[in-house]
Design a protein around this ligand. Structure first.
Ligand SMILES: Nc1ncnc2c1ncn2[C@@H]1O[C@H](COP(=O)(O)OP(=O)(O)OP(=O)(O)O)[C@@H](O)[C@H]1O
Ligand SMILES: N[C@@H](CCO)C(=O)O
Length: 303
């Protein structure tokens, strides 16, 4: 029986898909949520701080708490009564994996308070099943850039090299787009030509990320499975893309399910790309927060 009474877990934001890697690759970014769980005797208490704190549920419907309960259901124990303190750094429903931080945070905290009965792989598989796809929860859990594929016997996860000279720039608009809404616009079937296009470009992307070879990066970010359908949900998409490319980005994609847009660039062009993307959205009447965010290599950590 564990004697731990409190645990704090820090979980990074993630950017999923990276263009052609729909539902299979994602990278962790240096922007975090922090979740502190403390056993108590007085029933569930959830306190939230940070921008957008008022948007997070503070009852049993809270996703972080649901993940915590899920862990205890899995190990067939009754979850303890807890106070949860949430410090929000990751904006909600913007395509930066906020739901994955909550799922990973709740499961990792639950496992720690329960005395660590589950292995990391078991926790991660629970997280994948809760989120429904692996591309946010896997890098949120492990850090770095990761590819996940269903294997013959469970998930196969591999780490991908992200060349140090490739700089991610995220342009986060002030409107939300839920993942479930952004998945509704996707077709259920695709053509063979589109499947081949994405397979080729995903292969190219993996080499481009590892080498930072310019002509590969410029071509590799193209996608035919989700972005052509989702663009319409993001006003100003084409203008922001044109401006980012003109300022020196290799390419631009939708981060996760959007509406955040992710450009990849180099050190030399980072500031110009940041300014260009913010200005392009401003001209559409959309306020955004645009910044470069380094890759997080730590993943979820217990502080
Ligand atoms: N810190 C949190 N605590 C509790 N619930 C959260 C937290 N962060 C996000 N959520 C839940 O997740 C929802 C957002 O999930 P959604 O999948 O739509 O977007 P996202 O995860 O931010 O983006 P994407 O999956 O495209 O990267 C929120 O509306 C909220 O219900
Ligand atoms: N692969 C997912 C990521 C967002 O959760 C999607 O694009 O819908």
């Amino acid at each position: 029986m564990s004697t731990i009474s409190t645990v704090t877990v820090k979980v990074p934001a993630t950017t999923a898909n990276l263009g052609p890697g729909f539902d299979c690759i994602g990278a962790a970014l240096q922007l975090h949520n922090e979740f502190k769980f403390t056993r108590n005797d007085s029933g569930l208490v959830i306190q939230v701080s940070g921008t957008e704190a008022d948007k997070v549920q503070t009852d049993e419907s809270n996703l972080l708490y649901q993940a915590f309960v899920k862990l205890y259901e899995y190990i067939q124990e009754t979850p303890p009564s807890v106070k949860i303190e949430i410090k929000l750094g990751v904006p909600l429903a913007r395509g930066l994996g906020s739901s994955a931080t909550a799922i990973v945070g709740g499961l990792v905290a639950g496992n720690a308070l329960a005395g660590s009965p589950l292995s990391d792989m078991q926790v991660m598989e629970l997280a994948i099943s809760m989120e429904g796809h692996p591309d946010n929860v896997v890098p949120a859990f492990l850090g770095g850039c990761r590819l996940a594929a269903t294997g013959l016997n469970g998930w196969k996860i591999c780490d991908l090299t992200w060349h140090k000279d490739i700089i991610p720039v995220v342009a986060i608009p002030d409107f939300e787009l839920s993942t479930s809404e952004a998945r509704k616009v996707l077709p259920t079937e695709i053509s063979r030509a589109d499947a081949i296009f994405n397979a080729a470009h995903l292969g190219l992307l993996l080499r481009a990320l590892a080498t930072s070879r310019e002509e590969w990066l410029k071509a590799a970010l193209q996608d035919k499975l989700h972005q052509p359908y989702r663009k319409a949900l993001i006003p100003g998409y084409d203008d922001v893309e044109t401006s980012a490319l003109a300022a020196g980005a290799y390419g631009m994609v939708i981060s996760g399910a959007g509406p955040t847009l992710l450009a990849l660039t180099d050190n030399l062009h980072t500031q110009a790309v940041v300014t260009a993307m913010a200005n392009a959205w401003k001209q559409e009447g959309i306020t955004s927060h645009v910044r470069s965010l380094p890759i997080d290599v730590q993943g979820a950590v217990i502080l």
